[in-house]
Ligand binder design. Structure first.
Ligand code: ADP
Ligand code: ADP
Ligand code: ZN
Length: 217
């Protein structure tokens, strides 16, 4: 099964993607994680992406399409994959269709996590991420047992630089302008499942399972 998970910054994509990947046995491909790794490693791509990410702007389409083309060509994606954070623009969605068509594949389901603006801001500004394993927590909604320490691996939790209130504003504007139009793109193709992302984590997971096992909306 080839799945996309979509939603504004803070909607819960990463949190739910970890569940889906584990239960359905497909690789979780997060373009945000791939970019942060490239920035940390100081690769040419990382150096190019860094400024855009710090400003909360989207990284150019050709860079992103290249990353995804490369990743989807790897063997572990043959039995299905879960893309998180891509596509984020109509040209990226068109490029994705082209990449998949070359190998006779297509998108089977798009999970759209719908969350209102006020809650998104609270989610993003309270987010904490494990430096070692990438697990995501929230200071109020999903706190670790010991503050600042990852439950899963004991790693150190940190706050992403772009999770500040100012940068989030730009990221939400980018989402409204460039990413939200993709919902119509996938709805027309009959693969979109809209899910109420404001519910507690376990309930959202249950709604996603139902969507992935049954027909789209
Ligand atoms: P995204 O990948 O869409 O930006 P995350 O999965 O990182 O979103 O979630 C954003 C923040 O909200 C994190 O701190 C996470 O722990 C928290 N969170 C995710 N889903 C829920 C939920 N259903 N209820 C409450 N908090 C949530
Ligand atoms: P969030 O979890 O809050 O939705 P991500 O971790 O997915 O954020 O992305 C962080 C940043 O990485 C984005 O603000 C953007 O600068 C860049 N990025 C990630 N994926 C893409 C993409 N598909 N196209 C353009 N930029 C991207
Ligand atoms: Zn960890």
């Amino acid at each position: 099964m080839n799945v996309l998970i979509m939603g504004a910054p803070g909607a819960g994509k990463g949190t739910q993607a970890a569940m889906i990947a584990g239960e359905f046995g497909i690789p979780h491909i997060s373009t945000g994680d791939a970019l942060r790794l490239a920035v940390d490693q100081g690769t040419a791509m990382g150096q190019l992406a860094k400024g855009y990410m710090e400003r909360g702007e989207l990284v150019p389409d050709d860079v992103m399409n290249g990353i995804v083309r490369e990743r989807l060509g790897q063997d572990d994606c043959r039995g299905g994959f879960l893309l998180d954070g891509f596509p984020r623009t109509v040209p990226q969605a068109e490029a994705l269709d082209g990449i998949l068509a070359e190998s006779g594949r297509k998108i089977d389901r798009v999970v759209y996590l719908d969350v209102d603006r006020e809650l998104l801001l609270e989610r993003v500004t309270g987010r904490r991420v494990c430096r070692s394993c990438g697990a995501t927590y929230h200071v109020r909604f999903h706190p670790p047992a010991k503050p600042g320490v990852c439950d899963k691996c004991g790693g150190e939790l940190y706050q992403r630089k772009d999770d500040s209130a100012e940068t989030v504003r730009t990221r939400l504007e980018e989402y409204d302008k460039k990413t939200a139009p993709l919902l119509a793109y996938y709805r027309e193709r009959g693969v979109l499942c809209r899910i109420d992302g404001a519910k507690p984590i376990a309930e959202v997971s249950e709604d996603i399972r139902r969507c992935l096992r049954g027909p789209a909306e």
